[in-house]
Design a protein around this ligand. Structure first.
Ligand SMILES: [Zn+2]
Ligand SMILES: [Zn+2]
Length: 330
């Protein structure tokens, strides 16, 4: 099969992936073989190929927002020919302390799609059947792919932040995840305040009816109950913290941060304010979010790329040249 492969070092032209012919994966017990229809491109893919996350395999097919057709290994839950979605969490051991305490997102021995195992930048992907989700009707593959990580983990961020109906919620930094969180916040009657440096991102936030939109140096006119940060930049967490009411929470939606700057505890964190990271996702997050996405008809803006252009798709995410989600379509 054709695949876009990361070999651990940049290519001569500075790009990260090389098109290769690799063996099609063989069906394993407990798995399904998917014929990939679309695969969303996530900032985490960029962190992997740029070495922000340590390389765990000499050769890797990235991609963890996979929409595919069940070809082999069908189950009652995933019938032959049905459409399945696969996200970052590709499996857990099921028996560690975290798995047995409803925290499978923190499993001690996790499988991450497109990181510890091959992902969806290829014609076929082998995935664990208990971590593949039957996809709701009514959403086409291109528009459902970005929901599978950006959407689910954005949704988990709202949960980790403890967002309650009607609250004032700040979104700091703006990308695919934030655009998908706004309709959910609106359905809960929340007011959304967006702080982002990109003019195009500010325009998108306005178009999505955020109640207030500002530049990096601007601050919302009210104290926020919750804030979610989406940029991989520590300073943004401190910015968000400075906007919180007492008892408020900042949830960090980033697998990697440049670093966390020092900040004034007395002014910014005292008063039972909290900073929490958001790590991975549970299957319950995925099911709940996908149901909500169907009900709310969440339709992300997507730009498509051919598999051969996987490097261009990564670049679009890096340079934020697309104002929606980059999706590789096969
Ligand atoms: Zn576990
Ligand atoms: Zn992701």
């Amino acid at each position: 099969m054709r695949a876009a492969v990361y070999n651990g070092v940049p290519m001569a032209d500075g790009s990260h992936l090389r098109m290769e012919d690799v063996p099609r994966p063989k069906l394993q017990p407990g798995h399904v073989l998917l014929k990939v229809i679309a695969c969303g491109v996530c900032r985490t893919d960029l962190h992997i190929v740029e070495g922000d996350l340590p390389a765990l395999r000499p050769k890797l097919i990235p991609g963890h927002q996979i929409v595919g057709e069940v070809m082999e290994g069908a189950t009652d839950a995933l019938p032959q020919g049905s459409r399945a979605g696969v996200s970052w969490m590709g499996g857990t051991d099921g028996d560690c302390w975290f798995c047995t305490h409803q925290m499978e997102n923190l499993c001690d021995h996790p499988t991450f799609t497109g990181y510890t195992v091959d992902g969806g930048y290829a014609e076929y992907a082998l995935v664990r059947s208990d971590f593949a989700f039957l996809l709701p009707e009514g959403l086409d593959a291109i528009h459902v792919a970005p929901l599978l990580c950006a959407g689910i983990i954005g949704f988990r961020s709202l949960r980790v932040a403890g967002v309650q109906p009607g609250e004032r919620v700040g979104l700091f930094g703006f990308g695919s995840s934030a655009t998908l969180a706004i309709p959910i916040l609106q359905s809960w009657g929340c007011e959304t305040y967006v702080v982002t440096r990109g003019a195009a991102h500010r325009a998108t936030a306005c178009a999505l009816n955020a109640i207030w939109v500002g530049r990096e140096e601007d601050r919302p006119p009210v104290e926020l109950d919750r804030a979610i940060t989406f940029a991989p930049v520590g300073k943004v967490i401190v910015d968000a913290l400075s906007c919180l009411r007492k008892g408020g929470v900042v949830a960090i939606n980033a697998i990697h941060l440049d670093q966390m700057p020092a900040f004034d505890y007395d002014k910014l964190l005292w008063g039972e304010r909290q900073i929490r990271s958001v790590a991975n996702m549970t299957r319950a997050d995925a099911h709940d979010f996908l149901k909500l996405a169907q009900e709310l008809k969440i339709q992300p803006k997507a730009t498509t790329f051919k598999l051969e252009d996987a490097n261009k798709a990564l670049l679009a995410v890096k340079d934020e040249t697309e104002h929606g989600s980059a999706v590789i379509v096969l």
